[in-house]
Design a protein around this ligand. Structure first.
Ligand SMILES: Cc1cc2nc3c(=O)[nH]c(=O)nc-3n(C[C@H](O)[C@H](O)[C@H](O)COP(=O)(O)OP(=O)(O)OC[C@H]3O[C@@H](n4cnc5c(N)ncnc54)[C@H](O)[C@@H]3O)c2cc1C
Length: 413
């Protein structure tokens, strides 16, 4: 297995969406970039419903055509919500903010490989089966040490390190940056099904979020792909799953689907060819997104919650912002990473946080299912759901909590 070169301008841990996009944007600015990835691609990843805002970063990185050309990806133009007999949907093309109004629902194994291959084609040096174990950092340089797939040690020294290790959370662990997420520990049970959906009204161009009929903080996702398959998952607090412990994972998921009349009707003929997986306690935060010689991207920094499919968008937004600041940093210009990267990134993440909290306490669900809302307000909310959480022209971005509570009052009469 060839070792990576011993030095680079920028070294990146992880070749997922944040690593591939950041690496490519920096390569396009003329820097020597090395990505070290512990797995081989394609590899499974959760996070299959994209938001239109992330297409801006895919485009910036010169990857849009490659993504659009993949036939297994499902064109997506919005999000639909169901709670018992209530149904509501948002068409992202009718959003308030400018920018892409459509995107895709993707098998992440394929999507992440397309991005990483495109990064490599554009000159980013990617080394698979290279796991980072330790780092030494200072203001001027960083050395990462790891072990490759043959068990051999390697080291790379660079002027700057970007941690894009996702749930691997390499720097948060090594540098003791872990901080608790404000959210309770939730769990998700998920798989891909051959859906065999024959309902004419079912809109494959939207993710379907179904609220459990008795427990409003329990919800299901149904993400259609273009190959007669759907990603199906359910999210609840860990303790909620205890009552199903006696069941195997597949039976547990089927039992939960059976509890919602509409979803079980929709999936009446579904086949479950793949294993049902589970993931626990994924919400995470850090004490700081930046430090001497490094910055954290995507999930290596903060992960909120899957409900609005914001993960990949936040990951790519962080990649794009970090690439801009790092460009100036590497040119020797004075940059304030906290003020120019961490704080503006966090502003958008906090907008999503406001809506996630309001989803679980029921406020935002009341807004979503309210049928007499004004078109303009719906367009502003549609913008958030489409990922435009950094557009300060949107009042729901600028003053998320206040605006949301005003609307909640109106919807609740
Ligand atoms: C239940 C659930 C559902 C979700 N649904 C959605 C959704 O519908 N839409 C959405 O946008 N997001 C969703 N997400 C979030 C999404 O999965 C992540 O936000 C997204 O994958 C983050 O991208 P990333 O580039 O930060 O990290 P990742 O995609 O996780 O990539 C990190 C890479 O780093 C590598 N790595 C880790 N450790 C090391 C190491 N030590 N050395 C070298 N390499 C390493 C890993 O192998 C991996 O390839 C969901 C998350 C959960 C938990």
């Amino acid at each position: 297995m060839p070792h990576p070169e011993k030095s680079a301008d920028v070294v990146i841990i992880g070749a997922g969406p944040s690593g591939a996009v950041a690496g490519t944007l920096l390569k396009r600015k003329g820097y020597k970039v090395t990505i070290l990835e512990k797995q081989t691609f394609p590899r499974f990843s959760i996070g299959e419903s994209l938001l239109p805002q992330c297409m801006e970063f895919v485009e910036q990185a010169g990857m849009l055509e490659a993504v659009q050309a993949e036939p297994a990806f499902q064109f997506k133009n919005g999000a639909a919500f169901r709670f018992a007999n209530d149904y509501s949907f948002f068409d992202f093309r009718e959003k308030f903010s400018p920018g892409h109004g459509t995107t895709f629902q993707v098998q992440r194994a394929t999507f992440d490989k397309i991005l990483a291959d495109s990064a490599a084609k554009q000159g980013v040096s990617i080394h698979y089966r290279h796991e980072i174990r330790t780092i030494e950092n200072s203001d001027d340089s960083v050395t990462v040490h790891g072990v490759d797939g043959d068990g051999k040690d390697f080291a790379v020294t660079a002027r700057f390190l970007l941690d894009a290790s996702g749930f691997g959370r390499v720097l948060p662990r090594l540098l003791d940056l872990e901080a608790p997420s404000g959210f309770p520990v939730r769990q998700s049970l998920f798989t891909h099904v051959i859906d065999n959906i024959d309902c004419q009204q079912f809109d494959r161009e939207k993710i379907l979020i179904t609220v459990h009929p008795q427990h409003r903080d329990v919800w299901y996702w149904l993400i259609p792909f273009a190959n007669n398959k759907c990603s199906l998952g359910v999210v609840a607090k860990e303790a909620f799953f205890d009552q199903y412990r006696h069941l195997e994972s597949e039976e547990r998921l089927k039992a939960l689907v059976a509890e919602d009349e509409h979803l079980s009707r929709l999936l009446a003929n579904a086949e479950y060819p793949d294993p049902v997986n589970e993931i626990h306690g994924y919400s995470a935060n850090v004490t700081s997104l930046v430090g001497p010689g490094y910055a954290l991207l995507g999930n290596a920094g903060e992960f909120l919650d899957p409900v609005f499919s914001s993960g990949v968008t936040i990951a790519m937004k962080s990649a794009s912002m970090a690439a801009d600041v790092l460009d100036r940093h590497l040119q020797g210009k004075a940059v304030d990473w906290q003020a120019e990267y961490a704080e503006p990134l966090k502003h958008g993440v906090d907008v999503f946080r406001t809506f996630v909290e309001a989803w679980y306490d029921g406020r935002f669900q009341d807004v979503i299912f309210y049928q007499n809302g004004s078109e303009q307000i719906r367009a502003m909310i549609s913008s958030i759901l489409a990922g435009y959480a950094w557009d300060l022209n949107n009042p729901f971005v600028k003053q998320a909590e206040r605006r949301l509570n005003t609307i909640v009052e109106i919807c609740r009469g």
